[in-house]
Design a protein around this ligand. Sequence first.
Ligand code: SER
Length: 313
Amino acid sequence: MEKILVTGAAGQLGTELTQALVEKVGAQAVVASDINERAADRFTCAFEVLDVLDRDRMEEIIDAHGVTQVYHLAAILSAAGEKNPLFTWDLNMKSLLNVLELAREKQLNKIYWPSSIAVFGPGTPMVNTPQDCVMDPTTVYGISKLAGERWCAYYNKVYGVDVRSIRYPGLISYKAAPGGGTTDYAVEIYHAALKGETFPCFLEKGTYLPMMYMPDAIKATLDLMDAPEENIKVRSSYNVGALSFDPEGIYESIKKYIPEFEIEYHPDFRQDIANSWPDSIDDSAAREQWGWEPEYDLDTMTSHILDNLKVEK
Ligand code: SER
């Protein structure tokens, strides 16, 4: 029987992916872990406190639970990473190497590790960014994700580790808050709209970025992990696209439901990061090799979030 360990399970992606895994394979087959011990009561499966830099503790958890797959989600994101570059490098890289080494030593069945559109940079073609192209990331987060992609491909080629990865666009969700990303405005804007507040946007209008609604991100992840091993030709990380909009586009989408909503533009240091990232993504490899197809467009996402997000006014 498979047993799945999720690291960073209390994060924006982890919260929903862990729940989706529990629904798919049963609570007895999932172990959530996070550095935040107070997150334990969010989960219906087993929970372990884990600092992903602590390789011995990670090994202990894998052994104690008979873990066969790891979804290694713990990381520091783009904007937060710029405030502490060397620690971000250490956390993002050493933790991935801890997971890959344990996967090699213990012959774990499958590893999932998220990459990001942050692997791209100013030299990258910005529209319909290809799977393979110039990648010159300018953030320490992006550098760590690009290096991580190469390590994943290396462990697959040299040691046969079945590690799979997706370059997520900005992930939009309402169940758990994102932390320290450049695309977080597209989550915060819904909270402001429902509270009846003017939204101070930290990116300028016209800043197009690739984005994705969380249910599509969960579907992409589970579909990739379920695909037959021989279909997975990309062992660095797959481009996956869904939405592409700028702050004005999401604002207009919300105004269809909340006409009095207002936005102001106050770009900060995150504008430079956003300017270096693609506008939209060519995801034909994911579509051809494991059947990727998103479900939500901007307006269906907006209506779903506004119907479900509860804010304290
Ligand atoms: N959403 C992430 C960030 O903004 C990109 O992977 O850092």
